[in-house]
Design a protein around this ligand. Structure first.
Ligand code: PMP
Length: 404
């Protein structure tokens, strides 16, 4: 079966829009992806015909909403091959999922002298919560440095792990550089010293299949909106034995078994971690995004994305003033143009309907390590991009090179 990208593009109504009187060329997918009609329909259908609170009321609409909500959880569990739906905890996104682990696991289990291993390329969402844990517990943070090619220095990484290491928190795919980190090796290093592992999969799940059991990580987090689902919904996957031991982070309704003024007992997994009315529509919308992705030939899609990446890298490499950061493998490509501020280029591109991102990409320590105070220009791909999108970007950049 060959992939008809132009037909798949019709599934995403926003792609037909004009921006600044030009056809939209959307290359900011690492920030957020566009949503297919089936996701928009699922959101509308929930509010139109199913809206009720979940898990509590004794009426038909509530049981229908509960069924749709829990069914979405089961879809997500299948999507990442989690062994049990109870190990899928809804959060607002990757950020909240990391915070949940930081506060419920990190604050409880780490003490002075313990170490947390992070990497230089982390998104702020996978740095700042651990700094809070370190500040509160006396633990310290060790950072895997980069090699000259902007990849993680694995020899240096090996030296960082010791019996003091209690946690490894690292991204599966870099949002700024599009590099796939050697997570299997890193997980093995962490396990060898008995450390718990958290993978930030925000930039992975939209591009390739992830199997949390094959990875054998302890926690895996991601955001719905970067994999064609709605904003405000995300996922924490965790190993059952860890989740069982962790105390609730937020408390209130929904997450309890029994409450009296003397004592409260907490609900079972996953509800123990889901205080308050959840983002019901968001979860159902994410379930629809999972269905949509699973209905596609993911192998063919990945191949198409690789072809676009090759087209982009070839085009950029042919521009004398352009410098690509590292060796992008999936999704994002960061680059700079000699003597031109990235924001000026982005503004010129925007006038042509081309959406890219500039700046530090929520990875200030990485930009510091790369000595890029102005950050980079970042073009990031999704499977609905086509060769015309890449050609438009390259033509826009050629104009910018001339203009500045
Ligand atoms: N980690 C990575 C690698 C990301 O790219 C992002 C989003 N840019 C996040 C974490 C945070 O995701 P969210 O803002 O959806 O919580």
């Amino acid at each position: 079966m060959t992939l008809d990208i132009n037909r798949l593009r019709l599934d995403f109504p926003i792609l037909a829009q004009k921006v600044n009187d030009q056809p939209l060329v959307y290359l900011d997918n690492a920030a957020t992806t566009q949503k297919p009609q089936v996701v928009l329909d699922a959101l509308a259908h929930y509010y139109h015909s199913q809206n009720a609170n979940v898990h509590r009321a004794a009426h038909a609409l509530s049981s229908e909403a509960t069924h749709a909500f829990e069914n979405a959880r089961a879809k997500v569990a299948t999507f990442i091959n989690a062994p049990d739906t109870a190990q899928i905890i809804w959060t607002r996104g990757a950020t909240e999922a990391i915070n949940l682990v930081a506060y419920s696991f990190g604050m409880q289990h780490l003490t002075a002298g313990d170490e947390i291993v992070l990497s230089t390329i982390e998104h702020h969402a996978n740095i700042v919560p651990w700094q809070q844990v370190a500040a509160a517990t006396g633990a310290s943070i060790k950072v895997i440095p980069l090699e000259a090619n902007a990849e993680l220095d694995m020899a240096a990484a090996a030296d960082l792990f010791s019996p003091r290491t209690k946690l490894l928190a690292v991204s599966h795919v870099s949002n700024a550089l599009g590099i796939i980190n050697p997570i299997e090796q890193l997980i093995a290093m962490a396990k060898a010293v008995g450390a718990v592992t958290l993978l930030d999969g925000a930039q992975a799940v939209g591009h390739f299949s992830v199997d949390v059991q094959a990875l054998d990580c302890d926690f895996y987090v991601f955001s719905g909106h970067k994999m064609f689902g709605p904003t405000g919904i995300g996922v924490l996957y965790g190993k059952r034995e860890l989740l069982e031991k962790m105390p609730p982070w937020q408390t209130g309704g929904e997450m309890i078994k029994k409450v009296s003024f003397e004592k409260t007992t907490f609900g079972a997994l996953p509800f123990k971690f889901e205080a308050g009315t959840p983002n019901i529509a968001g979860a159902i919308g994410l379930g629809a995004a999972v269905d949509y992705l699973m209905s596609l030939d993911r192998h063919a899609i990945a191949k198409h994305e690789q072809a676009l990446l090759a087209q982009l890298l070839t085009g950029l490499n042919a521009m004398p003033k352009v410098h690509i950061m590292g060796r992008p493998q999936v999704g994002a490509v960061s680059f700079v143009i000699d003597d031109v501020h990235p924001q000026d280029v982005a503004t010129l591109l925007d006038m042509q309907g081309i959406a890219v991102r500039t700046g530090h990409h929520c990875a200030m320590p990485l930009m510091q390590a790369l000595e890029l105070p102005n950050g980079t220009l970042r073009a990031s791909l999704a499977f609905y991009n086509n060769a015309d999108d890449i050609a438009a970007l390259l033509a826009g950049l050629a104009k910018a090179e001339e203009f500045f």
